[in-house]
Design a protein around this ligand. Structure first.
Ligand SMILES: [Zn+2]
Length: 107
């Protein structure tokens, strides 16, 4: 029973302190509501995150840097993002054309 207790918070990695008198559950994953909420927000953001959105975030952060190498990485990722968007658009056009070719011709 006691060995099932997590020793460290799953969010901030601080040691979890279990007091005999506290009313918290015997098994906890997080220090408190703040850490639990941060972990929940990360899980939700990960579900909603797409490759394109991740590239947007990375490009924004990298271009804000003062280091030329980091800024250059931002520009390269922006090019990569554009290629990806173009390729997705091309694939959509091909898919729609294939779908239309299967439809019966209107008289
Ligand atoms: Zn914590």
């Amino acid at each position: 029973m006691a060995n099932r207790r997590a020793r460290f918070c799953a969010w901030c990695n601080s040691p979890l302190i279990y007091m005999p008198q506290d009313r918290l559950p015997a098994f906890r994953r997080y220090c408190d509501d703040t850490c639990a909420r941060q972990a929940w927000l990360l899980a939700r953001a990960r579900q909603l995150m797409t490759g394109i959105k991740a590239l947007d975030v990375a490009v924004r952060l990298l271009r804000r840097s003062r280091k030329p190498t980091v800024q250059a990485a931002g520009f390269t990722l922006a090019d990569l993002r554009r290629d990806l968007v173009d390729r997705c658009a091309d694939e959509r056009v091909v898919r729609i054309a294939a779908f239309h070719s299967k439809l019966p011709r209107a008289a």
